[in-house]
Design a binder for this molecule. Sequence first.
Ligand code: CP
Length: 291
Amino acid sequence: MQHLIDTKNLTLRQINSVLSDAKEFKTHKPIALLRDKLLITLFFENSTRTRSSFEIATKRLGASMVHLDLNKSSTNKGETLEDTFTNLCAMKPDGVIIRHSENHIPQQLADMNLTSVINAGAGNDTHPTQALLDLFTMKEHFGSVKGKTIAIVGDILSSRVAGSNIRLLKRMGMNIILVAPKDFMPKSDLEQVEKLEEIIDRVNVIMSLRAQLERHKKPIFENYELYANEYCITKELLGNRDILILHPGPVMRNIDISDEVLEDSRCKVLEQVTNGVYIRMAILKLLFLDS
Ligand code: CP
């Protein structure tokens, strides 16, 4: 039984195979490789992109999907997560796709060995399919990402996208610079700066991140417009530089990235969303056909 908890559990060969399958799915109409498979989603946090793209990926591969609506589920009657998961597994799905606010939950459910567990984002630590689709988007643009420099900008401390990307992109040979105010900066041996202007001439990619307000125990900035003065990606900041702009979404317009930059051809935010479907198709293929 195969699980996807983080990219660090994938071998380089598996990562390359996911990237190459995603490219194939993007280029050619897929066939129903997973016709007899059934997946269940269990999302304890909100999602637009990840949940929809897992559903589209599942359907494009001919598999079926059931969403547990947590607002109408028996978790509201006091059923524990473990019991909810065990009962869903008693219906014999081929996999459960889970998003949760706690870092350890996907691994904990995987350790029960009842079905394949796919992590769709956990706490502030892991979001493996996001990191893979970000890598895919950069590779589509550059060919190879080895030796390229990425600035990760914003609330890095609370971001699972940053966590999974840092682990994956280091392995792929990228140089990573963390750019954030002190309150958003994690302990790290990576290069750290407070101002993007200091390093902008050295970067090939900027990955902007949203302030994860839902994870802050108390408000960090009273006024995010002041934060935006320093960290919003604007045309004035970019100038004519050839820099790819990424963001996992949802984008806080004019705080993370300006309206103008969101329309700029250097900005690949919607391309990331498109690629998310192909990467998730490739992950499903890896877990259910290739292992
Ligand atoms: N990138 C991402 O995880 O977006 P959603 O929260 O909308 O799924």
